[in-house]
Ligand binder design. Structure first.
Ligand code: CUA
Length: 327
C-alpha cells in the first residue's frame, strides 16, 4: 500500500508535464516527435539498466547470509552488472546516433522557398522579422510567432546583447541566439494550435519572463494574416495615438502607419491582437498594459523600459486603451 502510494505520488510529478502548450512530450511537429521518441526509448533503456543493477544489488546483499555458488555469483554480477548495461547503452547510443540527423534539422544557407522568420533574442523579449522566401523583409512583430501548418519554417536567430536560446518544446529542439553570429533552425508544426516558447539560456534577471506565443494556423489563414499585417493603413484612435506620441513612446516603439518608428523596443503595430504582453508574462488586458507602462521594473526586473508613473492622470489609461485597440 505505502509503496504503491509513493509510486503514484512520484509518478504524478513527471506525468503532469506530459501535456500542454509547452511540453516536449506532447509533440506537434516531426522534429519534436523525434525528441519525444528518443526520450521514451532512453527511459525504457535506462529503466532496464536500473532494474538489472538493483537486482544484482539485492542478490549480492543476500550472498553473505546464505550458502551460494561463487561461480554463479560471478556470472550474475558479470551479466547484470557489466554485459547487460554495456549492451543496452550500446544500443541506445547507436539509436541516438542514427536519429541525430533528424534531430538537427537546421540549415545554414537557407533552402530556396522556405518561409523565413528572423528572430532576435533581446533582454527580455523576442523580435520577429517576417521575410518573404527570397529573404526580403515584410514587417516586424514581437513576442508572438505566427506560422503555417505543414510547412517547414526557417528561423534565423540573432542576439544584440547576451546569449539567449530559442525553444518551442512542442515543435522541436532549441537553438541558441548568440551575439555576433547567426544560427538557424527549421521547425514544422503538423497541427494547428497555440504553443508556448521560452528562452532556454539564462540571460539576466528576467530570463524566466522571456516567453512567447506560437500560433500555427492553416496556410490560407497564414497568407491572410501576412497581408493583414503588411497593410500599413489601419483604423486608429487618433486621440490615443496623440497621447502616445506626446510622451515620446515612439522613440522606442514602432507602430506601422504612424510617426512612431523607434527600433529599440518591441514593435507594437498589432499589440492588441497578441495573447499576452511583456513576452508571455501578463494577459493582454488594458489594465495589464497600464500596469506595465507605469512600472515595468515591478513586472520584469532588469527591463530596459523606464517607468512612466509620472504621466498626468488618465494618460496611461489612454495609451493602454489605444494599444489594446491596435489589432
Ligand atoms: Cu533570454 Cu534567457
Amino acid at each position: 500500500g505505502a509503496v504503491l502510494r509513493a509510486a503514484l505520488l512520484f509518478g504524478c510529478i513527471p506525468l503532469s508535464s506530459c501535456s500542454g502548450v509547452q511540453s516536449a512530450l506532447d509533440p506537434a511537429g516531426p522534429e519534436a516527435a523525434n525528441v519525444a521518441t528518443l526520450f521514451y526509448v532512453m527511459l525504457v533503456g535506462g529503466s532496464l539498466i536500473w532494474i538489472g543493477v538493483v537486482g544484482v544489488l539485492a542478490y549480492a546483499s543476500r550472498l553473505g547470509r546464505e550458502p551460494h555458488s561463487e561461480r554463479m555469483a560471478g556470472w550474475v554480477i558479470l551479466l547484470c552488472g557489466a554485459v547487460g548495461p554495456a549492451v543496452i547503452l550500446g544500443a541506445l547510443l547507436s539509436y541516438a546516433v542514427w536519429l541525430m540527423p533528424n534531430l538537427r534539422p537546421w540549415t545554414s544557407s537557407g533552402e530556396p522557398g522556405l518561409r523565413q522568420i528572423e528572430v532576435t533574442g533581446e533582454q527580455f523579449w523576442w523580435r520577429a522579422r517576417y521575410l518573404d522566401p527570397s529573404g526580403a523583409p515584410l514587417f516586424e512583430a514581437a513576442n508572438e510567432i505566427v506560422m503555417p501548418v505543414g510547412e517547414r519554417v526557417l528561423f534565423t536567430l540573432k542576439s544584440p546583447d547576451v546569449i539567449h536560446s530559442f525553444w518551442i518544446p512542442s515543435l522541436g529542439g532549441k537553438m541558441d541566439a548568440i551575439p555576433g553570429r547567426i544560427n538557424a533552425v527549421t521547425l514544422e508544426a503538423s497541427k494547428a494550435g497555440l504553443y508556448r516558447g521560452a528562452c532556454a539560456e539564462f540571460c539576466g534577471p528576467s530570463h524566466a519572463l522571456m516567453a512567447f506565443t506560437v500560433k500555427a494556423v492553416e496556410p490560407a489563414a497564414f497568407e491572410e494574416w501576412l497581408d493583414e499585417r503588411a497593410a500599413v493603413d489601419r483604423p486608429s484612435d487618433a486621440e490615443g495615438l496623440a497621447v502616445f506620441l506626446r510622451h515620446g513612446c515612439g522613440a522606442c516603439h514602432t507602430i506601422a502607419g504612424t510617426q512612431a518608428n523607434g527600433e529599440i523596443g518591441p514593435n507594437l503595430t498589432a499589440v492588441g491582437a497578441r495573447e499576452t504582453i511583456a513576452a508571455g508574462t501578463l494577459p493582454n488586458t488594458t489594465e495589464a498594459i497600464a500596469r506595465f507602462i507605469r512600472n515595468p521594473e515591478e513586472i520584469k526586473p532588469g527591463v530596459h523600459m523606464p517607468a512612466f508613473d509620472m504621466l498626468p492622470d488618465g494618460d496611461v489609461e489612454m495609451i493602454a486603451a489605444y494599444l489594446k485597440g491596435l489589432k
